[in-house]
Ligand binder design. Structure first.
Ligand SMILES: [Zn+2]
Length: 111
């Protein structure tokens, strides 16, 4: 099992009293508002590494690093919702496509 610590950023609303609200959501690269569901790990890479259906244990932590909960998810289900459709389907897809054969070759040389 692989363990990854994931810290979600949660900001307290200035006028919201005791409610915790996520910060305003926008693309981390271009600040676009039309967000997509980008897979954190490319599906082809998970299959290449034979970990597509393997679980990863993640710690959900507060902004100061205090663990809130632990969750298990399949690698293939991990999604980042902070990248816009334009970036995800544009330059990020192009970059992944350009690097794919090199990454696969690296994996083959390691095995
Ligand atoms: Zn973007």
């Amino acid at each position: 099992m692989v363990r990854i610590d994931v810290g979600y950023r949660i900001d307290v609303r200035e006028n919201g009293g005791d409610k915790l609200m996520p910060e305003k959501r926008q693309c981390v690269f271009c600040e676009g508002k039309s967000l997509s569901k980008e897979h954190i790990f490319a599906q082809w890479l998970l299959k290449e590494l034979e970990i597509y259906d393997k679980n990863v244990s993640m710690t959900h932590a507060s902004v100061i690093g205090v663990p809130i909960s632990n969750r298990n998810h399949a690698f293939s289900k991990l999604i980042n919702g902070l990248v816009c459709e334009k970036c995800n389907n544009g330059w990020m897809s192009q970059l992944e496509g350009d690097c794919k054969k090199h990454i696969i070759n690296l994996g083959v040389s390691i095995k």
